[in-house]
Design a protein around this ligand. Structure first.
Ligand code: GDP
Length: 440
């Protein structure tokens, strides 16, 4: 694959100051030689790596004035020879530059092919590549931060440290099996149990982090519910109005009932108004209520809006950790606070910041965001499989021979390797890069 030289537009397909056309592969420099006429004396083939050279980019029927930079293998993003051409940022213009590269020896890159080559050349782990795409596709700042942690190999390094411990255990077991009579310390079973338990706990901690990670990635669904006229719509507007300037686009959401989203501490909260549904006319009221109930049941946070006396919310337990009991219209009369979690006024905006903090603490929990980098379902699933295999291994201690136990430990090791990419098969790798855009 990497004998070919690929090219693509790496900047977004929009007009702007500058567009970048990236070329990667052994022929990069020779493609550039044909389509770039340097303004200075240095010819393209003599370009020093990592320096910008000005000149003309020769396209079909015109030339653009721009820059060319050469990154020499292996010190490039892909690990191959890479050339970047920086032209003016027009959609047709950048396409014309790409076309010039394609007619002079490069072939069109597929989705994520640059990053895939980087991965295959050992420039980054699979989890790091995923972190990069998380940063690019993020709908909230928390996802950018989590992606940056993944990109910086935080998860990969932790996983590798765990894998090293597992290898160590496996080596001990192998020595025990291979040389039972020799002077090799035989495996201490209680110690093996303790070690597996400690490793399992570390993995379970990461699995737990996915509770927050998932919300960072997919947003937090908040169902607004309550009796008619309690002030649900007003509260919705008040919440949305606050951060209207940074309301995130609802990429990927399929919920028709989502009224809008707000960002709190970098996490996107999708507000679902069940009110309208409850107040439909008779014939469809039953359907409406059932949809509303489903929205409440599947929500991450339930914003139960009341005015006056508190009445329990149908179908939701009083101690449901997702429930926030909100007394609205506190500008008219004060709440009996033993019945409510918070008292607000959608009209005056009183305590709405406190409500947002309450929503954030419900969604994120005590773990906070700083350690939340298990945001990919793929990583979560691999961690779960690793944890399960270690539990199987631990429960087999004393009951089954060591070689059977080592099979489970090895399964855990390979499940973890899927995260870093070391044991990821073609299908896993293809799925990861399918999420990328062309040019990345
Ligand atoms: P919904 O049926 O639950 O969506 O309730 P609405 O948002 O439509 O509000 C019903 C009525 O209560 C409207 O007349 C609002 O102006 C009023 N209202 C809502 N919130 C407040 C509040 O915090 N204070 C006061 N004084 N009136 C409010």
């Amino acid at each position: 694959m990497s004998n070919s030289t690929i090219a693509a537009i790496s900047t977004a397909p929009a007009t702007g100051g500058v567009a970048i056309i990236r070329i990667s592969g052994p022929q990069s420099l020779s493609v550039a030689q044909k389509i770039f006429a340097p303004s200075g004396k240095t010819q393209v083939e003599n370009f020093s790596p990592n320096y910008m050279y000005p000149g003309h980019i020769l396209c079909d029927g015109f030339k653009d004035y721009g820059l060319c930079v050469f990154f020499k293998a292996p010190r490039s993003f892909t690990g191959e020879d890479v050339v970047e051409l920086h032209c003016h940022g027009g959609i047709q213009l950048s396409r014309a530059v790409l076309k010039a590269a394609l007619s002079n020896g490069a072939c069109m890159a597929t989705n994520g092919e640059f990053t895939k080559r980087a991965f295959l050349n050992g420039k980054l782990s699979l989890a790091s590549a995923e972190g990069m795409i998380d940063m690019i596709n993020a709908s909230g700042l928390a996802e950018v931060r989590a992606g940056a942690m993944l990109y910086a190999e935080k998860l990969t390094n932790e996983v590798k440290a765990i894998q090293a411990q597992l290898k160590d255990i496996l080596a001990g077991i192998a020595a025990d099996i291979d040389y039972p009579e020799e002077d090799v310390a035989s495996t201490d079973l209680p110690d093996l149990d303790r070690r597996l338990d400690a490793i399992g706990n570390a993995i379970d901690g990461m699995i737990k982090g996915y509770g927050t990670g998932k919300k960072i990635k997919s947003g937090v669904t908040c169902a607004l519910c309550g009796a008619p006229n309690a002030g649900k719509s007003s509260l919705l507007n008040a919440l949305l109005g606050y951060d209207k300037a940074i309301v995130s686009p609802l990429a990927g959401t399929t919920r028709d009932a989502v009224e809008g989203s707000i960002e709190i501490d970098g996490i996107v909260y999708n507000l679902v108004d069940t009110a309208g549904l409850r107040e439909q006319a008779d014939e469809i009221e039953a359907i409406g209520i059932s949809i509303a109930k489903k929205a409440v049941q599947s929500a991450d946070i339930i914003l139960y809006v009341c005015e006056g006396e508190y009445t329990p919310l149908d179908g939701v337990a009083e101690d449901d950790p997702r429930l926030i009991k909100i007394y609205n219209k506190c500008d008219i009369s004060p709440a009996r606070m033993e019945q409510f979690d918070i008292s607000v006024s959608a009209k005056t905006g009183e305590n709405l910041d406190k409500l947002k903090s309450l929503m954030a603490s419900k969604a994120v929990g005590e773990g906070g965001l700083s350690g939340a980098y298990v945001i990919e379902q793929r990583h979560y699933e691999a961690l779960c499989r690793a944890s399960m295999s270690l539990k199987n291994a631990a429960s087999a201690i004393g009951l089954f021979p060591l070689d059977i136990i080592s099979l489970d430990i090895n399964d855990a090791w390979s499940a973890l390797g899927e995260i870093t990419g070391e044991t990821a098969n073609e299908e896993i790798i293809a799925n990861v890069f399918a999420k990328f855009c062309v040019g990345k």
